[in-house]
Design a binder for this molecule. Structure first.
Ligand SMILES: Cc1cc2nc3c(=O)[nH]c(=O)nc-3n(C[C@H](O)[C@H](O)[C@H](O)COP(=O)(O)OP(=O)(O)OC[C@H]3O[C@@H](n4cnc5c(N)ncnc54)[C@H](O)[C@@H]3O)c2cc1C
Length: 414
């Protein structure tokens, strides 16, 4: 193909304008880099992972490396909000719950203690008192309450980082589907080619293409990364008449997660009056370019969980509204943040496999990507957990003390 369209030289070309690419472009522009952000669809589309009305931010992780990242990210979310002048981060407490013997939850509690993240460990009676009867736990369950929690507004937040990046000099181009990258033998760095005939030269390149990562990296390098796209569904449930106020942020309702099988999470009633988001971590394997849009099945255990945990205040018969989204799962549910290597050496950095828990990390991942392309390393975070080479040593990736939070996924039922 003749590349007759745009042909510009940049310090950094960022491919993929979800939360990760938008945060990377923002950080790079802030550090004086000439950066272009390329997106295959319209900006703020709903076909990837970073759209919609709410994402949870919480520092309660069984792995200590994530808690530290969330603490930094939380600070960076506030910094960006103060630069733009509007809110995308609504603070709430975070409430985790599960059976006493759940290994992940035990690690969460240990981790809170060792990372000096203040937490209250509550028995079912204390939970009922704390939340004035809004949460009820079975006798052999435990609750963990922390103050670093909240609701992030995804589409609004992506728009915020793109706006800030633009204000700081970044070039933003949508409807630019990247179809290849090649080493630039003429000028050094890389050439990035799009399906509409444009070419962008970058001294460095960052690839943040979410669920498309496996396909793209295979096409460019032949390497098959274990990053599995999943189609998943977010469900909203109706709060019964007269109880709506109890589920509001202003009345102290927290973001929450339940560590039994299935893993259930949710946010206060916020974006749709009278409805509360209660979702299950999981989905169907999918091809991001050929989605069937079939809703994920609601198991009976979810209905009974809702009925039991919310004291009958939520209509547990069926969700009244759903939204579709995609996860990019790695076998150990840890991220992939690494140099692409091979002929590209350290000129191309990839960030993907965010496994359904990446949104809150956008700002810190943006900072890390900025540091990797500018300095070749990122301080303050142990990136060994996120290297691609972990899958060569063990196809399952990082070995965890707890197995109960690592899930397997079903193909789409026919
Ligand atoms: C239902 C659901 C609930 C979630 N809940 C939470 C939560 O509560 N808390 C949390 O922290 N995280 C949560 N997550 C995870 C979080 O949303 C994701 O980890 C995050 O949005 C991933 O962002 P991304 O930028 O990597 O991917 P994306 O948002 O998918 O962005 C990738 C972009 O790259 C573009 N692209 C792809 N290929 C090309 C190409 N060839 N050329 C140009 N552009 C290309 C895509 O169009 C897309 O816009 C949730 C995810 C889902 C689906």
């Amino acid at each position: 193909m003749e590349y007759s369209g745009e042909q510009e030289q940049f310090d950094v070309v960022v491919i993929g304008a979800g939360i990760m690419g938008s945060c990377a472009a923002y950080q790079l522009a802030k550090h004086g880099q000439k950066v272009v952000l390329l997106e295959q669809f319209d900006f703020l589309h709903h076909l990837g992972s970073s759209h919609g009305e709410s994402r949870t931010i919480r520092a309660t992780y069984p792995e200590d490396y994530y808690s530290q990242m969330v603490i930094e990210s939380s600070r960076l979310w506030e910094e960006a909000e103060s630069e733009i002048g509007y809110q995308v981060y609504i603070k709430t407490p975070q409430f985790d719950m599960g059976p006493n013997n759940n290994k992940s939850l035990q690690c969460v509690i240990e981790n809170c203690k060792s990372s000096s993240l203040p937490c209250s460990v509550l028995d079912p009676k204390q939970v009922s008192e704390q939340f004035k009867g809004r949460f009820e736990l079975p006798e052999n369950w435990v609750g963990v309450l922390t103050q670093l929690g909240g609701v992030l507004k995804p589409t609004k937040a992506v728009s915020m980082f793109q706006t800030l990046a633009f204000q700081m000099g970044a070039i933003l181009r949508d409807n630019m589907q990247v179809i290849d990258i090649k080493k630039d033998n003429e000028k050094g760095g890389v050439c990035v080619f799009t399906s509409n005939g444009s070419m962008f030269r970058g001294n460095k390149c960052i690839i943040t293409i979410g669920a498309w990562m496996q396909k793209f990296v295979k096409m460019v390098t032949g390497k098959v990364l274990p990053i599995q796209p999943l189609h998943t569904t977010i469900c909203y449930w109706r709060i019964k008449k007269g109880h709506e106020e109890k589920f509001l942020v202003d009345s102290g309702f927290p973001t929450f997660a339940s560590y039994s099988e299935p893993y259930i999470y949710g946010t206060p009633s916020c974006e749709f009056p009278g409805l509360v988001k209660i979702a299950v971590h999981g989905g169907y394997q999918c091809d991001p370019d050929e989605r069937t849009w079939v809703s994920t099945k609601i198991e009976d255990s979810v209905n009974s969980w809702i009925e039991g945990r919310f004291s009958g205040h939520v209509d547990s018969s069926k969700p009244v509204f759903t939204q579709s989204c995609m996860y990019s799962m790695t076998p150990d549910e840890d991220f992939v943040i690494d140099f692409l290597g091979g002929e590209f050496g350290n000129d191309v950095v990839i960030a993907g496999g965010f496994s359904g828990h990446g949104f809150k990390m956008g700002p810190v991942v943006g900072r890390i990507l900025n540091d990797l392309v500018l300095n070749g390393e990122a301080l303050g975070v142990d990136l060994s957990y996120f290297k691609m080479s972990r899958f060569e040593k063990n196809p399952e990736g990082n070995v965890k003390e707890f197995e109960d939070q690592v899930h397997s996924y079903e193909p789409l039922p026919m």
